[in-house]
Design a binder for this molecule. Structure first.
Ligand code: GAL
Length: 669
């Protein structure tokens, strides 16, 4: 099956492997690595991500011997390489000779070397050194038979999403000049008549560094946009060198799509990646962490525009950077991995292949653990390899959903700015709450960026789409007219792209569509809960909303807005627009989503499953369907299905049992 995006050269079936850091190990261990990789069915490893200081120990002096050997050994074993540009962490000789490349925080602190990613992404000198290293790598290994994929830098923006250095100030001014053309336009956009902030020239503008009080909100939003663009610019510069030297080799970088990664607008990066690659780490303390994992996987597919993508990193067991690092339970690593596959991943990889002996990540799990081969982790590595081999036919098939959730990074940034009606609003929390309600009903969703044509979806949800341009708002109205149930939640449609309020009553951009007009927000205090007329509680938010064409779905049963609408529905064309001007409890939300789903006529992938059993279908071009059933619960689940279970090779005819904690993938007949 052909995939729409390029695929790592020569990798058969599902990609399987992890970050491989041979520079940490002697030759004999590296020999064993290759044997173990073959035993596990590994076919792709990411190499040299943090190898700059080893490869170039002194400026201009290179030591490639060890990497040549590693590349040759891997090639001989038939294992392909996602080769890094090796630029992710500048070596100490570079930062000590040129401390001006170091990044600076909001309050002026210079971040030093000794960790990793100690560079200001706007520094021209850093760029020059990184380009040179990239060129050296491409020229040396561009023709190597092991090379399958380029891995640019590593998790761009992971530790330093925002740099406030003088390099950043200069680049920010250039970015603003291109965006606004003139200082008058910028003054208008930033509303600088307020608080005597008028600028007379671009030279006067700075990043929003620590200030006596709230920095200009549009300046903050533009700086967030600029910072995301600047990281992408760095990626593009390195990518262009690789493309020039090795036009035949696909190029990617590992993203960090999750409900926690706020600062990179990955939707705007998507077109520059040949293949979308994501890193995702389970929140171990969260009892139902598989839901956030699924959100991240759906978001990865969304950034890939629905095309297959690869999971570039996750963990076999515990990580080392959460407050308490829980080891994974029985079957959990396999379930995590196959949940990504179910949601469109065609590759499953880990940080990292062999657990480090030294360094900051020595307590982070790996495919080969400290304790060696007689371990559940190693047995899990082998079992996953076999599972992925059995799933080879799934590669290239797609996930189709009838529900879309509009996800918008600028709204995330702007809705959480200071000086707002409440400081308690968390965009990602709202997103995850709604996502969870769909999950609990067994309904799959696509995550799409604002401005997408969503007319084909039965149900479209826009949670807290706070910052929205008129055209993007119109997309949602079009969908409602064409027959979708469109759901918009509180604090949406409040401001335009410049952070200017739409006047005449909230939510200005959606007032007509929703048939309501809000005169004032009434955010709830900490711990304050009022009730809706269905008896469920609601916290965080309320607003004084007048009906202007809409009907009431829920109203407030107590509190200062007793009797006022809390949820409304407006018939629009062939569809309807719902406004959720409250934050219902989980129970209230599930009931409400149930009503909306019923109005949209959307059914779960498999009806009647326990809420902790995940069922997702992938559709192949030739009409074959693959049903993934992941049982996260502690009891067996019977599923009505016919076909062949691929992991065990058994036949499913009618009632098929997926045991507690287990996964089944049925090629349906
Ligand atoms: C990622 C990173 C890896 C490793 C991993 C640990 O953020 O790309 O290099 O640090 O986290 O979980």
């Amino acid at each position: 099956m052909t995939t729409a995006r390029p695929w790592p050269l020569g990798v058969e079936g599902i990609a399987y492997g992890g970050d491989y850091n041979p520079e940490q190990w002697p030759r004999e261990v590296r020999r064993e690595d290759v044997e173990l990789m073959r035993e596990a069915g590994v076919n792709l490893v990411s190499v040299a991500i943090f190898a700059w200081a080893t490869l170039e120990p002194r400026e201009g002096e290179y030591d490639f011997g060890w990497l040549d050997e590693v590349m040759d050994d891997l090639a001989e074993a038939g294992i392909k390489v996602a080769l890094a540009t090796a630029t992710a962490s500048p070596p100490p000789w570079l930062t000590s000779r040129h401390p001006e490349i170091l990044p600076v925080t909001e309050d002026g602190t210079v971040l030093g070397q000794g960790g990793r990613q100690a560079y200001a992404v706007s520094s021209p000198l850093l760029r020059e050194y990184a380009l040179r290293m990239t060129r050296v790598m491409a020229e040396r290994y561009g023709e190597h038979p092991a090379l399958a994929l380029w891995h640019v830098d590593n998790e761009l923006g992971c530790h330093v999403p925002h740099d406030f250095s003088d390099h950043a100030a200069l680049a920010f001014r250039g970015w603003l000049q291109r965006r606004y053309g003139s200082i008058e336009e910028l003054n208008h956009a930033w509303g600088t008549a307020f608080w005597s902030q008028r600028y007379d020239s671009f030279e006067e503008i700075l990043p929003p560094r620590a200030a006596p009080t709230y920095a200009n909100p549009t300046q903050q939003l533009d700086f967030a946009r600029f910072s995301s663009d600047e990281l992408l610019t760095h990626y593009r510069a390195l990518r262009d060198v690789l493309r020039e030297i090795t036009p035949q080799v696909p190029i990617t970088t590992n993203l960090m799509l999750s409900s926690a990664t706020k600062w990179m607008d990955y939707f705007s990066w998507a077109d520059d990646l040949d293949l979308v690659a994501n890193d995702h780490y389970l929140i171990a303390a969260e009892p139902r962490g598989q839901i956030e994992l699924a959100l991240a996987a759906d978001l990865s597919r969304g950034v890939a525009g629905g095309d297959p993508w690869i999971l570039m990193e996750h963990s076999t067991s515990a990580v080392n950077w959460q407050p308490r690092n829980r080891a994974k339970g029985r079957g959990e690593m396999l379930r995590n991995s196959l949940s990504h596959v179910a949601r469109g991943a065609d590759g499953i990889m880990f940080f990292q292949w062999r657990q480090s002996r030294a360094g900051a990540e020595k307590f982070h799990s790996a495919m080969v653990p400290h304790a060696g081969r007689d371990t559940d982790v190693w047995r899990g590595t082998l079992a996953l390899g076999r599972a992925l081999e059995a799933l080879a036919p799934v590669r290239g098939s797609r996930v189709l959903s009838r529900v879309a959730i509009v996800m918008d990074y600028p709204s995330w940034w702007a809705s959480e700015l200071d000086s707002h009606p409440t400081q308690a609003l968390r965009y990602s929390e709202e997103l995850l709450r709604w996502y969870t309600a769909f999950w609990d009903l067994g309904i799959g969703v696509d995550m799409v960026p604002a401005g997408t044509d969503v007319t084909g979806y039965e149900l479209v949800l826009a949670p807290t789409l706070y910052t929205v341009g008129e055209q993007d708002a119109e997309r949602l109205a079009e969908a409602a007219r064409a027959g979708s149930q469109v759901v918009i939640t509180f604090f949406s449609g409040i401001v335009d792209e410049n952070e200017h309020v739409y006047l005449g009553g909230y939510p200005g951009a959606f007032r007509d569509l929703l048939g309501v007009r809000t005169e004032e927000f009434h955010p709830l205090l900490e711990g304050e809960v009022h009730h809706l007329d269905d008896g469920t509680g609601a916290d965080l938010w309320s607003e004084k909303t007048h009906l202007e064409g809409a009907e009431v779905v829920r109203s407030w049963a107590d509190g200062p807005l007793h009797g006022w609408p809390a949820v409304t529905r407006h018939a629009v064309g062939e569809g309807a627009a719902w406004y959720v001007a409250a934050r219902p409890s989980a129970e209230g939300l599930e009931a409400l989503v149930g009503e909306i789903v019923a109005a949209a006529g959307v059914e779960p992938a498999v009806p009647g499953l326990h809420r902790d059993v995940e069922a997702v279908r992938r559709f192949a071009e030739d009409g074959t369907t693959y049903l993934f059933v992941l049982n996260h619960s502690d009891r067996d689940q019977v599923v009505q299905v016919n076909g062949r279970e691929l992991l065990t090779g058994t036949e499913a005819d009618g009632a098929f049992t997926v045991h507690a904690g287990a996964v089944a993938v049925i090629q349906e007949s």
